[in-house]
Design a protein around this ligand. Sequence first.
Ligand code: XMP
Length: 305
Amino acid sequence: MVDAESFIDDAVDEISEEIGDANAVIGLSGGVDSSVAAALTHRAIGDRLTAVYVDTGLMRKGETDEIRETFSFMDGLRIVHAEDRFLDALGGVTDPEEKRHVIGEAFIREFEREARDAGADFLVQGTIYPDRIESEGNIKSHHNVGGLPERVDFEGIVEPVRDLYKDEVREVARELGLEAVISERMPFPGPGLAVRVIGEVTKEKLEVARDACHVVEEELEAYEPWQAFAAVVGKATGVKGDNRVHGWIVAVRSVESRDGMTARAQELDWETLQRIQSRITGTNENVARVVYDVTHKPPATIEYE
Ligand code: XMP
């Protein structure tokens, strides 16, 4: 485990040296990795850092408001409303890898503009060690690793937490004094809810996934999962009144893990599962059934796409 205090001192020195008198931009996702990278860089270069939060419409319930509040101390916080642009770009796209690429491209476009406006020469990224390993091994493309550096004309890329595991990033977040809502936050994939709806991304599926994820996060907090969420995985027959209907299948997933590279499905009690089922079907009348995913990683991944 890294010594958080000395890590921070070294990281701040290194960032100051790398960026010098220039300006930098960071994409803030609300997750612990980019938050720590932003806080470290803010310590190093202050208001010469512009933190850009892109509301892609693929975020968790209430996330944009939380970001606005949590990072209100940063003068350089920019919130970009890009929901419609992301949905348009994702129209008709069903292949999982293509979805990631489309989202990556859409991010780049938002960033190019913001970085230009900020006059930023450096791009700061919250890439952590497992992201690099999985991307280098071509296991999947991380939108926060691929694409951006090649397309945007930055003088340099700064990745202050590139050698840390997630639990070490959390330790650094606590030491930096970031709020628990950030330091203890569950990982959330860069492509957001797009990888929690199978097939084409639509507004309706996103709403089902967003509400269901919120229920699962609330209900399973006490289990302290590495990640707990819900995904819209298809359609199935259900019954409403006297009629058979075709509604959404929502899969609930809750896993334990150290670094996300392997994971174990959590054992949950029946009452909790039933409460989740009844809240999800109660919130959205178009959900026909709720299932619980008992698969470990491997052979499954944590996310659905
Ligand atoms: P999988 O689904 O591959 O995910 O088992 C492992 C961990 O990585 C997160 N994840 C991502 N994080 N960009 C990210 O920043 C991505 O494209 C991405 N895809 C998956 C996932 O939530 C899990 O914690």
